[in-house]
Design a protein around this ligand. Structure first.
Ligand SMILES: [Mg+2]
Length: 350
């Protein structure tokens, strides 16, 4: 079975079932994906890893291909332990500081490589670089001529450097400048695997597989980080979820565990219409006083990845116009031009 066939088999199962609900744990508390047997996910993971082996041993990638970069913190179980012990991040429980560092890396990599989409969970970041096509629709070479060693080493370098930078910022903001020496000794760093694909449908396999991994590991981590959760670490995911609900769920935020820990964080390029003052209006208070422009922004998605897939919102890497949130737009307010605003909103369906 090919990578695409394996992915489509899983998607068919996901779309044909309802999300699992355990007892009182409603989707707002924790969205549990429809059940797909572990072996199917493992088969998918093996096929994606084959692509990464192929990609990482290539010299360069053709501009018509999708490229995935998957960065992983090197020996991070001991790195995180040291960061906790030294008081650089939270001493126990879910670390919001660590999550913020990973999100910073993801956004930086999306920006640097002009990626369509990025995802981070645990100590891992993945980004997806679309085929290189210019404004006239002509195929071009990828960044740095698509050279694998160049791209992967730059990505690992940027990730490592950004991680150090974000940690350093925490130390400066909390007036613990001496901790910067400790970070320098720990020297956290990342490796990078590169895969390539003929289409977004194929490339998406990596994203779905890591989203599944996050759903299993996020729960395990939450249990592991609880004071007396260690005793049920060997239980299956359903039992761990039951245990979390009974023992440690956050009744204030009404969620079983922090959102990033549960689903990771997904960033996507999104087209938005913004209305702004025309810098050179021909006449005041006329059609030319305000202009509407379409711009691309990188935005956080609110739903778990597998839920987005079920809803068909991952059919394209970048967020499409049929996505309900597109219509919100980013609108500056110009009371003086009320009528003009109204007509532009109608025109752009905002
Ligand atoms: Mg790691």
């Amino acid at each position: 079975m090919s990578l695409l066939e394996q992915t489509n088999e899983i998607i068919t199962i996901l779309k044909s079932k309802k999300p699992d609900i355990i007892e009182n744990i409603v989707p707002d508390l924790y969205w549990l994906a429809p059940y797909v047997v572990k072996q199917e996910w493992e088969k998918l993971g093996d096929k994606v890893k084959e692509r990464e082996t192929l990609g990482s041993s290539s010299h360069s990638i053709d501009g018509s291909k999708w490229i995935s970069l998957r960065l992983d913190g090197s020996k991070f179980s001991s790195v995180v332990k040291m960061l906790r012990n030294k008081g650089i991040i939270e001493p126990k429980g879910f670390s919001y500081k660590f999550a913020k560092c990973m999100q910073d890396i993801c956004l930086k990599l999306i920006e640097h490589f002009n990626a369509s989409l990025g995802f981070t969970q645990s100590d891992e970041v993945i980004i997806f670089i679309p085929p290189s096509i210019n404004k006239n629709g002509d195929l071009q070479e990828h960044y740095r001529n698509g050279r694998v060693i160049k791209i992967a080493s730059l990505a690992a370098g940027i990730a490592s450097s950004k991680f150090m930078g974000s940690l350093t910022e925490f130390c400066i903001k909390s007036n613990n400048i001496e901790l910067i020496f400790e970070i320098n000794n720990i020297l956290p760093h990342f490796d990078c695997r590169l895969g390539y694909y003929d289409s977004w449908e194929e490339a998406k396999s990596l994203l779905l597989w890591r989203a599944y991994d996050c759903s299993v590991n996020g729960i395990s981590d939450a249990v592991h980080q609880s004071n007396d959760g260690k005793k049920i670490l060997k239980e299956n995911t359903f039992n761990k979820i039951r245990w979390l609900y009974k023992n440690s769920y956050n009744k204030i935020n009404m969620s079983l565990l922090p959102r990033h820990q549960a689903y990771g964080t997904l960033y996507r390029k999104t087209k938005r219409v913004i209305i702004q003052l025309n810098r050179n209006p021909k006449r005041e208070d006329t059609d030319s006083a305000l202009v509407a422009k379409e711009r691309k922004f990188i935005e956080k998605e609110d739903l778990p990845i597998l839920d987005l897939e079920i809803k068909g919102w991952l059919d394209n890497a970048e967020r499409e116009s049929d996505h309900e949130n597109k219509l919100i737009g980013l609108i500056e307010n110009f009371p003086k031009y009320d009528n003009l605003m109204k007509s532009l909103k109608t025109k752009f369906n905002l």
